[in-house]
Design a protein around this ligand. Structure first.
Ligand SMILES: [Zn+2]
Length: 116
C-alpha cells in the first residue's frame, strides 16, 4: 500500500468519525420525553431535561415521579407492593418502564420504539 493511500484512509476515518460525532451530538440535543399513563391514557408528557417532581393521583393513592439529571424514578408512592419504587432510577434512552399496577399508572419513554 502506498503512503498516499494510507493517509487517504486515515483522513477518511477522521471525516467519518467527525460526522458520527456531529450526528451523536445533534441526536442528544433532542429532548427526551416521558409519558405517564393512567388507565391506559396519557395524562402527562414530561420533558426529561427539567428537574422536577410530579404528583399524580392513582387508583390506590398518590404517585410521585422525580425527574433529575435526565433520569426519573417513582418515589413516595402509596401502593401496597412498592414495585414501582424498586425499579429505581431510569436513565434517558432506557427501555425500562415504571409500572404501578395498584394505581394503574405506568411511565414510559415513547421515542424509543420509533428510533430503534
Ligand atoms: Zn406502586
Amino acid at each position: 500500500m502506498k503512503k498516499k493511500d494510507i493517509i487517504f484512509i486515515i483522513g477518511l476515518c477522521i471525516v467519518i468519525g467527525i460526522m458520527y460525532l456531529v450526528y451523536e451530538l445533534t441526536q442528544k440535543e433532542k429532548n427526551g420525553e416521558i409519558e405517564v399513563y393512567y388507565h391506559n391514557e396519557v395524562i402527562e408528557t414530561i420533558d426529561i431535561s427539567k428537574d422536577q417532581t410530579y404528583t399524580f393521583e392513582g387508583d390506590y393513592g398518590v404517585f410521585h415521579l422525580e425527574v433529575k439529571d435526565h433520569q426519573y424514578r417513582a418515589i413516595n408512592v402509596e401502593c401496597p407492593n412498592h414495585d414501582c419504587e424498586k425499579v429505581g432510577w431510569v436513565k434517558e434512552g432506557s427501555s425500562r418502564s415504571i409500572i404501578c399496577a395498584p394505581n394503574d399508572i405506568y411511565v414510559i419513554q415513547p421515542d424509543l420504539e420509533s428510533s430503534h
